[in-house]
Design a binder for this molecule. Structure first.
Ligand code: XMP
Length: 318
């Protein structure tokens, strides 16, 4: 019978035999799949695994540094690459959702290719692909595997895509990946993280993206997500986040009229992201969260809650 421990044992042995002392490159996303893949490979080949974690400037507040610290604490050989400026510059003035995604995918490939050239004589590309990714075309897991799919037919292949591919989680479902992660001793909080899209906050800022808008949305998102944790709601929700809308509305602060931005909060229940129901969060929680956001985040004077299910609405607004 399948157990996480036996999976770890046989997979580590198989990876050792397959890879020997060759070098492997892996793109970490901060998500569950790439992390579990990395820890498995690290157990098998140690420092021959070279992990790359790219900051696209569109992650959650403080996420890049805290996740990087966590990875280092796990003993992974990881390089954090802050390419925020490169991503944000490429998005300047762009409002079209698909063009935003494409720009991010293209810059990711460029950055990852540059970084992989710095790992001399690498022979393998490891990916955190899991079984649902194999059978579906769009990955909800973010990271390199998700971006590769929509771009591998554009122009010539970047060099790292010519490497031999190793995908140790290819036969597993998400819950099995989490169990394997637990058996590897990976932090429970990391294993329980909500999915987060590869293009990050770019597809939650409707319209064009500026550094100021990213900073506003990071604050709003952090208040919402930290609130869910404090109220014991985080693990009851499959995914949650905030959208910055391209709408200003009138408000009043003291005796001043304001004309500021509106944010939408979204929390859904789902098993695979293909269908989703909005979550009936307690009114008291929504009330407190809305007050916190409006009082603490300058530039936002209105908060709404998204009560649309998928289908017909998607989880992300773009
Ligand atoms: P939608 O919005 O299509 O999202 O209902 C379903 C799930 O997929 C995630 N998502 C993405 N993940 N790259 C990703 O890696 C993307 O471009 C992307 N678009 C959506 C979304 O967060 C949800 O979990």
């Amino acid at each position: 019978t399948w157990t996480p421990d036996s999976f770890v044992e046989t997979t580590v042995a198989a990876l050792k035999a397959k890879i020997g002392d060759e070098k492997v490159i892996l793109g970490l996303s901060g998500g569950v799949d790439s992390t579990v893949a990395a820890v498995l490979l690290h157990k098998a080949i140690g420092k021959h695994l070279h992990c790359i974690f790219v900051n696209n400037g569109l992650l959650r507040k403080n996420e890049f540094q805290s996740v990087l610290d966590q990875y280092e604490g796990m003993g992974l050989n990881v390089k954090g690459v802050d390419a925020s400026a490169r991503f944000l510059d490429s998005l300047e003035g762009e409002s079209d959702p698909e063009k935003k995604r494409k720009a991010i995918g293209r810059v990711f490939i460029e950055v990852f290719d540059d970084e992989s050239h710095l790992v001399e004589d690498a022979k393998w590309l490891a990916q955190g692909t899991i079984y649902p990714d194999v059978i579906e075309s769009v990955s909800a897991t973010g990271g390199p595997s998700a971006t590769i799919k929509s771009h591998h037919n554009v122009g010539g292949l970047p060099d790292y895509m010519k490497l031999k591919v190793v995908e140790p989680l290819r036969m597993l479902f998400k819950d099995e990946v989490r169990r394997v992660g637990a058996s590897l001793g990976i932090d429970k909080e990391l294993l329980g993280r909500h999915p987060f899209p590869g293009p990050g906050l770019a597809i939650r800022i409707l319209g064009d993206i500026t550094r100021e808008k990213v900073a506003i949305l990071q604050e709003v998102d952090a208040i919402f997500i930290n609130g869910l944790r404090e109220w014991g709601l985080y693990d009851k929700v499959w995914q949650a986040g905030a959208m910055l809308l391209p709408v200003n509305s009138v408000g009043v602060m003291g005796d001043e009229r304001t004309y500021e931005k509106c944010v939408a909060l979204r929390a859904v229940e789902s098993t695979d992201g293909m269908t989703a129901d909005w979550v009936n969060l307690p009114y008291e929680f929504l009330q407190k969260t809305s007050n916190d956001i409006i009082n603490k985040v300058r530039g936002v004077n209105r908060v709404v809650y998204d009560i649309s299910s998928k289908p017909p609405a998607t989880i992300e607004w773009e």
